[in-house]
Structures are given as C-alpha cells and as structure tokens.
Design a protein around this ligand. Structure first.
Ligand code: PAF
Length: 293
C-alpha cells in the first residue's frame, strides 16, 4: 500500500525467482498487483504503479519488449530501451519487484503456443497489425500465470488491448482482476506514450496535439447529435491537413464490446483512432458520453 512504500526494489529476470518471491508474499496473506509494460516508462505507467500500490500490497512491474507483438521488425528494433532510467523510476515509485525476463526466458527453444482472441481483437489495431494481439494475449497470459497476481493494471490508451486481455483472462479462467485506468495526457492533451519520444523533428510534437483535439471535438459533435459518418470524414481531413501522413482508422465503437456503430444511438461509445505523424504511429481514443450522461 502507498503508506508502506519501500525502496529496496528487487530486479528479477527468471520465472522461478518471481514465483518464489510471490509464494512468500502469498504465504503472508499479501495481495499482488501486476503492471505489464515494455519499458521506456512515462507518467502514464507510473500512475498505473501508483494505482496498483493503492489497490494491492505488493506490486510487480514487468518490462519486456515482446517480439511477438511487433508486426514490423524496424519498430521492434527501434523501440526505446532505457532500463537504467526505468529501474530508477520504479524504485522511486515504490514498486516491489521489477520483472525483466529475457526473450529466452519467455520463449525458450521449442515454444509453440499462441493465444488468439477472436472478436474484440478484430479491426482497429488488430486489422492493421497482423498478429499483434496474438502476441499481446500470449505474453500477457504468461505474465498473469507467472506472477499469480490478484489484479493487473492497464491504461485505457490501449483500449482494444484492455478488451483483448479481459476476454483472454475470462475465457481461460485466470483468476485475476483486469483494471483499466484512464489515459494520462500531456498538458496539451497528447496521450502519454513511449512512442512520443520519437517525435523529434521540428514541429512534430506540436502537430501531434491535433489528434486528441480532433477526437475530442468529434466526440462532442457526435454526442450532440451530428451524424457520425460526416463528422468522422471531416475529422480525418482535418488530421491530414494538420500534418498527419495517414489516418489508419478512425471509428466509432460500442464501449462495452467494441462492436462497430454506424451511428451514435445513445449507448456509451468510444471514438478510436490510429494515425501516422513523421513516421510515428500514434493511437488514442475518447469516450462519447451516453445520451443524458
Ligand atoms: O501495452 C504494452 O506495453 C504491451 O502491449 C504489454 C501489455 C506490456 C504486453 O507486451
């Protein structure tokens, strides 16, 4: 819990060591929280750690740049890796264990299992990144089983990922609570993301804020009764005019199960987008409040 912050965080690399530590905690009746990450931590991740510390007695943060969820080898290669800085941030935040397995530990020779979640993983990011959610579901399932955590904490920026992980855990009877935490944003509204570090060209970072602004405006217009189709078409044009090179998707989906919505019908909905700016793929989503909310 937050009032018992300790700074003697342990870094573990092996499943056996993680299991041993968790066994000790559980023997003492302590609850365990897990924050799965790929590192290059920002305040969005640290807020998940703070939430986990409030909700559970011991918090594990995993850092593993999972090769099986990258559909693009260049993206995997250039994914930021700053382990020293991450370790310091997590120790300061009060995490109890940093779990940083190697690729060989997670995927030993002969590894042959893939978890594929139908339905919620289709379309949106799943439609544009073949195999991505198979990689996510498989590695998160392994992290759940390795950590034996009581609760796991994910950011809503990856809204579709939260749905995929929840479905996977429910379908496989993994006894874990999957908590979705609100997206953390920079002062100008840009959703915090490890990929923002790559917006290094002149003006790129300023241009990026057009994404959350356009989504917020579109959500307001749709909630206010304007037809979704024309609003989304105008939003797409706006993003391209603002300097985005491509809008991969921009869609209205039902919040509860991500079912496509041709128009807003008053049920809670989400507007989700992925768009490219200066070679960087940014994703974001905003709620479209239910009528009368
Ligand atoms: O959101 C992420 O950083 C990753 O997809 C996750 C959940 C850590 C799985 O590799």
């Amino acid at each position: 819990m937050l009032d018992t912050l300790i700074t003697d965080m342990r870094t573990l690399h092996a499943v056996a060591d993680l299991r041993q530590r968790v066994r000790g905690w559980k023997r003492n009746g302590l609850t365990v929280g897990l924050v799965p990450t790929m590192g290059a931590l920002h305040d969005g991740h640290l807020s998940l750690v703070r939430t986990a510390l409030r909700a559970t007695d011991r918090v594990i943060v995993s850092i593993f740049v999972n090769p099986t969820q990258f559909d693009n080898p260049a993206d995997l290669e250039t994914y930021p890796r700053v382990m020293e800085e991450d370790t310091r941030l997590l120790a300061e935040a009060g995490a109890h264990v940093l779990y940083a397995p190697t690729v060989a530990e997670m995927y030993p020779a002969g590894f042959a299992t893939t978890i594929s979640v139908r339905g919620v993983s289709e379309g949106l990011c799943g439609g544009h990144r073949p195999g991505h959610f198979d990689g996510v579901a498989t590695v998160v399932c392994k992290l759940f089983l390795q950590s034996q955590a009581d609760a796991a904490f994910f950011g809503e920026k990856d809204f579709q990922q939260v749905h995929v992980v929840r479905r996977m855990a429910a379908d496989l009877d993994i006894p874990i609570r999957v908590e979705a935490c609100p997206t953390r944003r920079e002062a100008d509204g840009l959703a915090m993301s490890s990929r923002n570090r790559r917006l290094t060209g002149p003006g790129d970072r300023d241009r990026a804020r057009a994404l959350p602004q356009a989504l917020a405006e579109a959500a307001r217009a749709i909630a206010g009764g304007q037809p979704a189709g024309p609003v989304l078409a105008a939003t797409r044009e706006h993003l391209l005019a603002a300097g985005f090179s491509d809008v991969e998707y921009l869609e209205l989906r039902r919040e509860a199960d991500l079912a496509p919505m041709a128009g807003f019908n008053g049920q809670p909905a989400r507007l989700l987008a992925a768009a490219w700016l200066a070679g960087v793929r940014l994703i974001d989503n905003v709620p479209v409040p239910a009528a009368g909310a």
